[in-house]
Design a protein around this ligand. Structure first.
Ligand code: G3I
Length: 320
C-alpha cells in the first residue's frame, strides 16, 4: 500500500508533500503528486509567500498560490497553506520602507487578513509565522521583530484567526525537533499566544535533517510531547534528509533509518497529526542549490524509482 493509505490506517490525518508550479508539467511527477493513495495533502512550497502575494504595497496577487492550491479542489487532497509571515522571500518594498510601529502593525495585519481570507475554508492549516527564532532561541532579527518585537507574532495570529476561523493556526520552524534552546523558545511562543487568549493550534516541525545526524527517535518524541503538553497538535511539515553526494548503498541505508525514526516518532505521539515531505522527487528539491555537494534528500530518484527511505517510511507507518 502507499504512504497516505498507510498513514490514514495508522490514525494520522495525512501523508503529504510540498510541490511547486515549475514541476507540474512533468506527467509522471503529476500522476504521483495527485495519487491520493500516495499523498493525501499538498502545500505550495513558494506560491503563497509574500513576494508573490503582495509584490507591491496594497497590490495583492494570489495567482501563483492558486496554481498549486486549486489542484486539491479537484483531487480532494487536504491543503496546508504556507506561509503568512516570514523574514525571507519578502517583497522588497517591505524591507525598503521606513516603518514605525504605528505604520507597520496595520500593514502586517492587512497582509495576513487579506491572504488568509483569500483561502478561507480551504486550508486545513496555515503556517502563520515561519522561522521567527534564531538557533540560540532568541528572536530572529527581521523587519517585523525589529520594529514590533514579539507583538508581530500576536498581530499575525489574531488576523489569521479573524480571516479564517476554521483553519488550524501553526507556528512553523526548523531545528525545533530536538530538546534545546530553540524548541524551548518555540514552546514560549505558543504560551505567549495562549496567555493572551490568541488562537494557536499547532507547531510545525520542518524536519530538514541530515543523513547520520538526524535526532534520535526518543529526542523527537520527547520534543513533540513538549508541544502537545501545551494543548496544541504537531505535524512534521517539511521533511527531507539530505546526504553527501553521490548517493551509495551505505548513505541510502542510513537515510532509510533516519526517515524511519522520524516518521516513527510521529507514530508514537497521538498529537502528531500528519507528515509532509518537502517535495518527493530529487530533481526539484531545494537542497542541492543551497548545500553544495548535498542532495538526494527526498523519497524518489530522478528516474522515479524509490529510495530505500521510501520503504523506511512504509515500515514506520506499519510499525515494523
Ligand atoms: O521566482 C524566481 C524566478 O523568477 C527566477 O527566475 C529564479 C532564478 O533563480 O528564482 C525564482 O525564485 C526562487 C524561488 O524558490 C521560487 O522558485 C528562488 O531563487 C529560490 O531561492 C526559492 O527557493 C525556495 C526557498 O524556500 C527560499 O528560501 C525553495 O524553492 C523552497 O522550497 C524553500 O522552502 C523553505 C520553506 O519555505 C521554509 N522552510 C525552509 C524551506 C527550505 O529552504
Amino acid at each position: 500500500a502507499q504512504l497516505n493509505v498507510l498513514a490514514r490506517k495508522a490514525g494520522k490525518l495525512y501523508f503529504g508533500t510540498a510541490t511547486d508550479t515549475g514541476e507540474l508539467g512533468n506527467t509522471t511527477y503529476y500522476s504521483i503528486l495527485t495519487n491520493t493513495s500516495e499523498f493525501g495533502q499538498l502545500v505550495p512550497s513558494n506560491g503563497q509567500k509574500w513576494i508573490f502575494t503582495e509584490p507591491l504595497q496594497g497590490v495583492f496577487n494570489f495567482t501563483e498560490g492558486h496554481i498549486v492550491t486549486d489542484i486539491t479542489q479537484k483531487t480532494g487532497q487536504l491543503l496546508r497553506c504556507h506561509n503568512l509571515v516570514w523574514h525571507s522571500q519578502l517583497a522588497p518594498w517591505v524591507e525598503n520602507t521606513t516603518w514605525t510601529a504605528e505604520t507597520l502593525a496595520p500593514m502586517l495585519e492587512e497582509h495576513v487578513f487579506r491572504e488568509a481570507r483569500e483561502w478561507k475554508g480551504k486550508c486545513y492549516a496555515w503556517d502563520v509565522v515561519n522561522e521567527a527564532l534564531d538557533e540560540d532561541g532568541s528572536f530572529r532579527e527581521s523587519v517585523f521583530f525589529d520594529i514590533l518585537g514579539p507583538e508581530f507574532i500576536k498581530i499575525a495570529f489574531r488576523a489569521a484567526a479573524r480571516a479564517d476561523p476554521g483553519a488550524k493556526l501553526y507556528y512553523n520552524d526548523y531545528n525545533i525537533e530536538s530538546p534545546g534552546n530553540k524548541s524551548a523558545a518555540a514552546r514560549t511562543i505558543v504560551k505567549m499566544l495562549q496567555d493572551d487568549g490568541i488562537k494557536v493550534d499547532g507547531v510545525g516541525l520542518q524536519s530538514h535533517f541530515v543523513v547520520g545526524s538526524t535526532p534520535s527517535i526518543d529526542e523527537q518524541i520527547e520534543t513533540m510531547r513538549g508541544y502537545a503538553d501545551l494543548g496544541v497538535e504537531v505535524a512534521i511539515t517539511e521533511l527531507d534528509i539530505r546526504l553527501d553526494l553521490p548517493a551509495n548503498t551505505s548513505n541510502l541505508a542510513q537515510q532509510k533509518e533516519d526517515y524511519k525514526k522520524t516518521v516513527g516518532a510521529c507514530m508514537q505521539v497521538k498529537e502528531c497529526i500528519g507528515i509532509t515531505v518537502w517535495d518527493f522527487w530529487d530533481p526539484v528539491s531545494w537542497v542541492p542549490s543551497v548545500f553544495e555537494g548535498q542532495g538526494a534528500a527526498t523519497l524518489y530518484f530522478d528516474n522515479f524509482t524509490k529510495h530505500p527511505a521510501y520503504y523506511g517510511v512504509v515500515e514506520a507507518l506499519t510499525n515494523k
